[in-house]
Design a protein around this ligand. Structure first.
Ligand code: PA5
Ligand code: NI
Length: 193
């Protein structure tokens, strides 16, 4: 038996970055076309193409059963129309794989939905450890004025299904109403029949 060597990854708690990340993904508005509800506001803001979020992947662990992957996500503050900056959102390709999010900085929501369109929203602030149960699609939303940062830990073989969200959206949006975050129905949501 050959054993994997244990290791430690350091997260910079000042900004949530992982200085020695295995990889970093950067998402600008142009990478998220069609995901915000207010298409006109989205097109107008594309001229500036703001940075929406970054993911710092801690490891290159093999994507196999038994292994874990973990990463930090930094969502920058801002809005497209009245909808807060957010992640693309996904289901796990292996739907029965769960995930844990632990908030390090800022304030926001973990927005979840079942394949049938049931919605759940978990408010997050530093210290919140929020659980994504098997089968729930998930997206995070920065409802504050500073960066929203969290650590995600998940089974390495979970995989990503982005297509379902890209095609159907979430049944709810998180929008700013008089400076307050509100969960409202998404008029563009395409329910499964
Ligand atoms: O594994 C996760 O669920 C997170 O690390 C997300 O991948 C991350 O927050 C970015 O969101 P998305 O993958 O929906 O772009
Ligand atoms: Ni996930």
């Amino acid at each position: 038996m050959t054993y994997m060597t244990p290791f430690t990854t350091w997260i910079d708690l000042k900004d949530g970055t992982i200085p020695k990340a295995a990889s970093v993904q950067t998402q600008q508005l142009s990478d998220m076309r069609g995901l915000f509800a207010d298409r006109q506001a989205e097109v107008a803001l594309l001229a500036q193409n703001p940075l929406i979020y970054r993911v710092y992947n801690a490891t290159n662990n093999a994507k196999e059963e038994g292994q874990l992957l973990y990463s930090t996500t930094v969502i920058y503050p801002g809005e497209v129309g009245d909808e807060y900056f957010m992640t693309k959102g996904h289901y796990h390709a292996k739907g029965d794989r769960a995930e844990l999010y632990y908030c390090l900085q800022g304030e926001g929501y973990l927005l979840l939905q079942t394949p049938e369109g049931e919605i759940n929203a978990q408010a997050m602030a530093p210290g919140a450890a929020s659980y994504v149960p098997p089968y729930w699609g998930h997206r995070t939303v920065n409802t504050g004025l500073s960066n929203f940062v969290f650590l995600a830990v998940f089974p390495a073989d979970a995989g990503y299904d982005y297509k379902t969200i890209a095609e159907r959206g979430f049944a709810a949006l998180i929008v700013a109403k008089n400076g307050q975050a509100q969960v409202v129905p998404n008029p563009n949501y395409l329910a499964r029949v």
